[in-house]
Design a protein around this ligand. Structure first.
Ligand code: PM9
Length: 461
């Protein structure tokens, strides 16, 4: 068959030069960073796949929107535009603007969770679980078992297991469950979607018990793409309509706008219930800012409103975004590198447990692999394994997640396919000689969200 290439649906107007470094410089940089890619200076990074959070390239329309931001302390025109946009695209009436996603998670957890409550969710996200526990709750994982299997080809590995959820409700009683925390395109599972059938079924079950469903809609757009591509009955739906249908099966959502929404900073809590929103705004003014800006400048809210419009304006945008991720994933699969399959929405996740099969989990294989890839080529990824999982607050021992991964996350509209070729070649070469990668030991560990600041050193041979 004739081969037809596809290309990104945008062209470059402004360029940002990248610094090229030598291997010796990178060896020094990673040692100075305590073998933690979070602690590298970005000047020392060539292709930065640490995160897709706040790293998108804004469009010409978004940059223009910055100029018309209304910086009024109260009643900003930009707030009202954002509110209208969120209502039109996501369908929630009440908007509570925050500085980023965790600001929204903080408010939601504080208004709904009481000490001793149980919060079921489809795999944990680091900041989400932190805020649930900080409010006195206990997170319980109710994702389907396939989500923990890097090789399972289940098309919707982000689904909630209805039997597990029903068992949690039975065990604790609906009155101890303030809400079900339903993440779209589950980050820690590899960017894996939930199906519409599952979203509808979870909502029905929760409605029967009077339990609200709160989405983490941070990557709901990418979830909508997978529903359109994979779920029967949705091929003819627009991405905008699917996104709206997802949200219609929830009582509210937290959103980090630094992802789907194409901005470098911002987020929001969106709700249907005005009384809940009133309680959230009471805290908002103490922790973030006044109700008509929360944690954002007027210009941030303008760029965000434009970003939300752009993400659903055509289906080509999200198609190309997920298409780039698939492109990188296919290159790695062809090179025989073990990755989480199917390839997810925002990044490719390397299976460090298999690549570094010679390292036990307590020698931090994913952390060591991320450091080795950086040294090879200046490509920066992120550990998503035992370091990210943290410690059990009861026993003080490491939590030991089954997934021990290195995440290579693609910023939106930033890199070309040539950057992805360079990335795949480097990883294939590091993986081919993985037995040369030594284990690490912790030398500094902060008590909360340790992966951001922990420091390591190579284990003595
Ligand atoms: N995610 C990421 O790189 C940035 C922080 S790394 C711990 O994937 C979800 C699903 C996220 C997320 C951030 C947040 C928090 C909430 N939910 O970073 O506070 O992926 O805007 O959002 C990161 P903020």
């Amino acid at each position: 068959m004739e081969r037809r290439s596809w290309a990104e649906p945008y062209r470059v107007k402004v360029v940002e030069p990248l610094k090229m470094t030598t291997r010796a410089e990178r060896e020094q940089a990673i040692a100075e960073a305590g073998y933690n890619t979070f602690l590298l200076r970005s000047d020392d990074v060539y292709i930065d796949l640490l995160t897709d959070s706040g790293t998108a390239a804004m469009s010409d329309r978004q940059w223009a929107a910055l100029m018309v931001g209304d910086e009024a302390y109260a009643g900003s025109r930009s707030y009202y535009r954002l509110e209208e946009t969120v209502r039109a695209v996501y369908g929630y009436e009440e908007l509570v603007p925050t500085h980023q996603g965790r600001g929204a998670e903080h408010l939601l957890s504080q208004i709904l969770i009481s000490p001793g409550d149980v919060v079921p969710g489809n795999m944990y996200f680091t900041t989400t679980r932190f805020h649930q526990e900080y409010a006195g709750g206990q997170f319980t994982d109710v994702i389907i078992d396939e989500a923990h299997e890097p090789d399972s080809l289940h098309p919707f590995k982000g689904n909630i297991d209805l039997d597990k959820l029903a068992a949690v409700i039975d065990a604790h009683g609906a009155e101890r469950i303030p809400y079900v925390s339903f993440e779209t395109n589950v980050n820690m599972a590899g960017g894996q979607p939930a199906s519409m059938a599952n979203i509808r079924a979870v909502h029905q079950l929760c409605q029967r018990h009077g339990i609200p469903v709160m989405l983490d809609a941070t990557r709901a757009l990418e979830n909508a793409w997978f529903i359109q591509q994979r779920e029967e009955g949705f091929a003819d739906w627009s991405i905008a309509a699917i996104l709206r249908e997802i949200c219609d099966h929830s009582e509210g959502a937290t959103v980090s706008s630094k992802k789907d929404n194409l901005v470098n900073i911002g987020g929001f809590l969106a709700l249907r219930d005005p009384e809940l929103a009133r309680r959230a705004r009471a805290l908002l003014v103490a922790f973030e800012g006044l109700q008509t800006y929360g944690g954002m400048a007027g210009r941030d809210m303008e760029a965000l409103a434009t970003g939300i419009e752009e993400m659903v304006a055509t289906d080509d945008h999200v198609g190309a975004r997920v298409g780039q991720v698939e492109y990188l994933g296919d290159l790695l699969l062809k090179a025989g590198v073990p990755i989480v399959r199917p390839v997810g929405g925002h990044g490719v996740f390397l299976d460090a447990r298999r690549i570094c099969a010679h390292l036990p989990q307590e020698h931090f294989p994913a952390q060591a692999l991320a450091a080795a890839i950086y040294v090879d080529s200046g490509v920066r990824g992120m550990e998503r394994g035992i370091v990210s999982a943290g410690r059990d607050p009861e026993t003080g021992d490491h939590k030991r997640p089954r997934l021990e991964l290195v995440r290579l996350t693609l910023p939106r509209r930033v890199y070309t396919q040539a950057h992805l070729d360079v990335t795949a070649e480097s990883i294939a070469s590091v993986a081919a000689e993985a037995e040369r990668i030594g284990g690490l030991e912790l030398v500094y560990e902060p008590p909360e969200l340790r992966f951001f600041q922990a420091r390591f050193q190579p284990l003595a041979a």
